[in-house]
Design a protein around this ligand. Structure first.
Ligand SMILES: Nc1ncnc2c1ncn2[C@@H]1O[C@H](COP(=O)(O)OP(=O)(O)OP(=O)(O)O)[C@@H](O)[C@H]1O
Length: 228
């Protein structure tokens, strides 16, 4: 698990007078959870892109533990993300033509050989995520099951951090609730720090701590004491 520390962070895009993201300070303890909400255009995806190192910041610092990712060149940021950050996206990003199990191990296998025990871990993660048939072709799974596979895939390399961007937005309420529960439960069980962008009040409540973005700034930070 890794703590997050953001200081004097700013993201600007060419042609815009004001920054789309401006965060003076944000600390999330290792193993803590944080829900991020805000209206459309408030900067949620931009924040996800910067904290995961998908985009370089214009100014300021983002540290995960001792690593200041905003100082790393692109290749090393990508390597850091692959090793330490499990991503769960709204639209799953799974690969058709492969089974559920093959999808879970694919990102690791593209980077390196599976370590001893990782095959068993992948099967175990699928099982505790509620996927009974790991050999089932991915395109035949329900949407809720697909997101469960994506959660298992994010956890396989034992990341210190899980970042989920609207993970339940394309699921119906009941299935979304089950997937939300799975993400929070597994992140806690694995000791991963959890960051979730969501509009889902049940998921926000489940996580505990909650920031609201408006115009790229944090206008509310609630539940900090209980969640810490
Ligand atoms: N590459 C870019 N170039 C210029 N402007 C950008 C770029 N990326 C994002 N923006 C602007 O930054 C602001 C924040 O965008 P962002 O996608 O982070 O919002 P969001 O809160 O995730 O919105 P949504 O909920 O609709 O996904 C928006 O005004 C958007 O138009």
């Amino acid at each position: 698990m890794l703590a997050l520390d953001i200081a004097a962070l700013e993201m600007r895009f060419p042609g815009l007078d004001t920054p789309v993201l401006s965060i003076e300070n944000l600390h999330l303890p290792a193993g803590g959870g944080l829900a991020i909400t805000g209206a459309s255009g408030s900067g949620k995806s931009t924040l996800v892109n910067v904290v995961t190192g998908l985009e370089p910041a214009t100014r300021g610092s983002v540290c995960w533990g001792d690593t200041e990712i905003t100082r790393l060149p692109t290749g090393r940021r990508d390597a850091f993300r692959a090793a330490h950050i499990g991503l769960v996206m709204q639209d799953f990003h799974l690969f058709p033509g492969l089974s559920a199990y093959e999808n879970v191990v694919l990102p690791v296998r593209l980077a390196r050989r599976l370590k001893p025990g990782e095959r068993e871990r992948a099967l175990h993660l699928l099982e505790i995520s509620g996927i009974a048939r790991p050999g089932q072709p991915i395109e035949t799974l329900s949407r809720g099951e697909m997101q469960r596979v994506a959660v298992a895939r994010a956890l396989l390399p034992k990341p210190g951090v899980i970042v989920a961007d609207e993970p339940t937005a394309s699921l119906d309420r009941r299935i979304g609730g089950e997937v939300a529960d799975l993400i929070v439960r597994l992140a806690r069980a694995e000791g991963a720090t959890l960051l979730v962008v969501t509009h889902d009040p049940a998921l926000v409540e489940r996580i505990g701590r909650h920031i609201v973005l408006d115009g790229g700034r944090i206008i509310e930070d609630a539940g900090k004491a209980e969640a810490a």
